[in-house]
Write a protein that binds this ligand. Sequence first.
Ligand SMILES: *Cc1c(COP(=O)(O)O)cnc(C)c1O
Length: 373
Amino acid sequence: MTDKKIPMVDLFAQYQSIKNEIDRAINTVIKESSFVGGRFIEQFEIDFANFCGTKHAVALNSGTDALYLSLWALGIKKGDEVITSPFSFFATAEVISRFSAKPVFVDIEPNTFNLNPDQIKKNITSKTKAIIPVHLFGRPANMKKIMKLAIDNSLFVIEDACQAIGAKYKEQKVGSLGDIGCFSFFPSKNLAAYGDGGAVVTNDQNLAESIKKLRNHGSATKYKNESIGVSSRLDGIQAAILLAKLPHLNRWNQSRRQIAKKYTQLLKGFVVTPSEDDNENFSVYHQYTIQIKNGRRDRLKDYLSKNGVSAMVYYPIPLHLMPALKDLGYKPGSFPIAEKASSEVLSLPIYPELSMAKVAQIAQLIKGYVQTS
Ligand SMILES: *Cc1c(COP(=O)(O)O)cnc(C)c1O
């Protein structure tokens, strides 16, 4: 960092803490010229599947492609409907539209920001093929109710676990509960590559093989293309970096949880703090997101910035009001809970290397603001 501003995430601090392991990993890939395919990819797929508790993992070039190739492998096509959350990163809905299928949004729960399962049932039609729950900010969605609805109505479940690597729902890792779990290794995610990266996990061998083919121009055997696919492989260098980082992930996620606990201790009663874990979920706090009402959110963000603290709004526009999706015909008021969240949420700096002293400093600023404004 050039100035003293507390960032949302400090990637260089993490690098410094495991510099030798990362440098060795990168150098080995270069020495072996194992840039595309090769042993680092194969090993990462084994280790990542083990980590998630699934039989298979397929490494891809992004979380977006993990979602995209999942829908493709499941046969989603024009006219199909896929139910998902309006409060997520754009990619969650974008991938549905790429098949000319229709994203069908249902509102979220106010306390978890995740898909409200009680809103799903009335939106299931004869065209509905799948549900994409998003484990937003690292908190597992209510998978028990979602899986029951999916089973009762013969729908696929694709978990968007891009923000929730290592999170658990009732002792089970997210990504392993539905038909396919999708992950992102984008540099700001809890397990981060040094560039783009992603993966799917599944217990279904046929799905894993289909996605392996799709990521490589529809070919399982070199220069024998059996179907149309794309080029969406993870680089060898990224796989080696992720392999070096994976053994640290549980510790990093624990640090995030401790930071979150501290924020909540200090901020409870001053702003709306994230609902805490119950015995159904184990969050990994990709984001620590508070809510502050009455249009004061943007002023608090500016105030923090002036005082050397970054804060971000994830997400300022709910997906049903995105210009790119206006043809779906949703209007302001369609999903009041998601719209309210968009106007009130503020995510604070959280990363494993963030010191408790800085957490206290940030909390103090917020309390000062709330008390005097
Ligand atoms: C990051 C993210 C994605 C997309 O992942 P990329 O690797 O950036 O393509 C999808 N969904 C959610 C919820 C995400 O946070």
